[in-house]
Design a protein around this ligand. Sequence first.
Ligand code: OXD
Ligand code: MN
Length: 582
Amino acid sequence: MSSNLDALSRWVDSVASLTKPRRIEWCDGSDAENSRLLELMQETGDLISLNDSTHPDCYLHRSHPSDVARVEHLTFVCTPNREDAGPNNHWLSPEDGHARMDSLYDGCMRGRTMYVVPYCMGPIDSPLARCGVEITDSPYVVANMRIMTRMGAAALQRIEREGTFVKGLHSIGELDPDRRFIMHFPEELSIKSYGSGYGGNALLGKKCHALRIASWQARTEGWLAEHMLIVGIENPKGETHYIAAAFPSACGKTNLAMLIPPEAYREAGWKVWTVGDDICWMRPGADGRLYAINPEAGYFGVAPGTSSKTNPNALAMLHKDAIFTNVAITDDNQPWWEGLSEGSPAVDWQGRDYIKGNGPAAHPNSRFTVSARHCPSYTIRAEDPQGVPLSAIVFGGRRESLVPLVFEARDWAHGVLVGASMASETTAAATGAVGVVRRDPMAMKPFAGYNFADYFSHWLSFGDYGDKLPKVFHVNWFRKGADGKFMWPGFGDNLRVIEWMLKRVEGSADAMETPIGNVPRASDLNTDGLDIAPDALRQLLHVDQEGWRQEMAAVGEYLEGYGDRTPSRLMEEQRRIATRLG
Ligand code: OXD
Ligand code: MN
């Protein structure tokens, strides 16, 4: 074994002597290995095979009913200095974090197989990609990692060449909510997760590596690791602009990444290309533009609400080689969830006969895991080692009032404030109350691996790259009218808003200057064929001066909560806008 792999095998040995597995299996990512694991999981009941004629090679996994979402209250960033983790993270010292985890790991894999899973986040030959190794005792995690990352032999070869990799140790333990922790040691590039098999807690390449650890690495290396989709919008002239967009979990990133243009746009030649639906790593190129890769190779998407109306592309990719977690099934063994127009549930997500009034059939955070290549709007640019150049960055939250459909930041620093002041109503993607408005800067509240104040400074530092940077926008698809219904049709019609943004990028669309940024007039948006009352559109584009005065005051208080570390440039932006609001 080469000396670079020596370090890996020493770590594997030390984990094995702590966790005491029955056997160790190094995963190569091959089809044969995958088939063997799928078979094994069907024998143990971890996977249930779905209807083979409608959903070939698709499986259902039912998790422990207490283990259905990310556990933000049990997620820690362990740095020697508490301030480095910041008030946005739960903190433990590395010594205490390791001690707590290692006592849980002691003997935890007795009788189980320990899988060693080398993986690469990003195209295998990309300079922006980074590797990791996850050790896990869950074959379900291995099968999901194989879809979500470039997993196996090629990743191991890159690790052998480079020597560095993120170390992730995961055990499902007893799935006991009182013995469940997700810990990050950014200075050691390591992760320890115990007691959960749920995606965001257990597929360590995703939130733990590609966001928390990577955001830390990105700051030290001069790039950005963000909770953003990446989508290419091709106009009728055949030009494609790439956009990265940050929305909190379960706020429509997957839908926007796979948008189907309204009919008239399709006929005119507009096309949408999906690069990624959840995570974006970006760094400046030699030309001063930001280049982005999707570090993931698959989608771990929210099933409920996915339908032939809301996201036909997603539905089309869910008919083969997909793993469903906590969905319901129909009486002919097809997956089913709320919002799906076809079929009806016979068995709910917990395996009980479905009875109306007994709660939802599918868990609200039930998921699908599927390869990105199965998406009809997949683009081979997702494999481009250099990434795609970004024309726009979009921030957005779920806000039923106040926040207009879209506005544009005046410049980069204002854009950073727009991202930093994002807020959104909470969803079922994390345990806890749903529908409560909370500040979620850049949609990174659960995922920034360091102090938000330092993170804002890092974002501001990119301003030095000048006028080739993407333009920054904020959108809100979720405004509700007095009747409690959504005012904007959303989904495919969001392309109308994107068209305006891209015209702003090209300098060919108008806007009205307001204290919060540039807002289109109704006449600046293409509303041909749109089913919306003029008054609703007027309200959607209205800037409520008094409401924003209060919002900006709240933003100021929020930013001051980070103390001396809050960059003064950000506070100046906040004051500038607050002053203009009067
Ligand atoms: C996700 C999440 O799974 O954000 O992507 O929770
Ligand atoms: Mn996410």
